[in-house]
Design a protein around this ligand. Sequence first.
Ligand code: 5GP
Length: 188
Amino acid sequence: MQPTFYKLSVMDTIQIKDKQFTVSIKEQEIQKEVIRVANEINRDLAGQNPIFLSVLNGSFMFTADLMKHITIPCEISFIKLASYQGVASTGTIKEVMGLNEDITGRTIVIVEDIVDTGLTMQRLLETLGTRSPKEIHIASLLVKPEKLKVELDIKYVAMNIPNDFIVGYGLDYDGYGRNYPDIYTVID
Ligand code: 5GP
């Protein structure tokens, strides 16, 4: 049998609005790490009947791929973080929308696209903590360790990345670029 012939991507560089981006993490690498994270969760949370809370919009692709490889009984729900009116510019005060489940006594896994300073995640943990869950775990597709401003126990990380702005695989630049299966880094 002939080996598969892999075509080189014709989209190594993309333009979104005023910025150019170059491919930095290919789909196959992302999928490999997502499956590894799913397996870790399957092993650690077996018998705990977790609720996965997917943080929209950015984590929609990560959530879909991750969940295909979760084999333990679980529920999934989607939440959105909205900045309070008037203080959106600070970017740190967020309201949790769409959480209708009773999470009292439940094991929660937050599914997030990227942790940058960690302020968004800290705020989310505080809010969820008031609803008496049994425990809260964080699963983040990406973490920028050099930018973290707060101490967070991020148990499940698919990939650590440097301090650059990225798009693709759910992440956007000004609303665009979420649809790409690869991750792209901005070219300065
Ligand atoms: P934090 O509160 O951790 O500083 O920011 C987290 C949020 O900032 C993420 O959920 C995401 O919306 C946005 N963000 C941080 N870094 C990037 C990046 O490199 N690319 C994109 N598209 N969004 C980012």
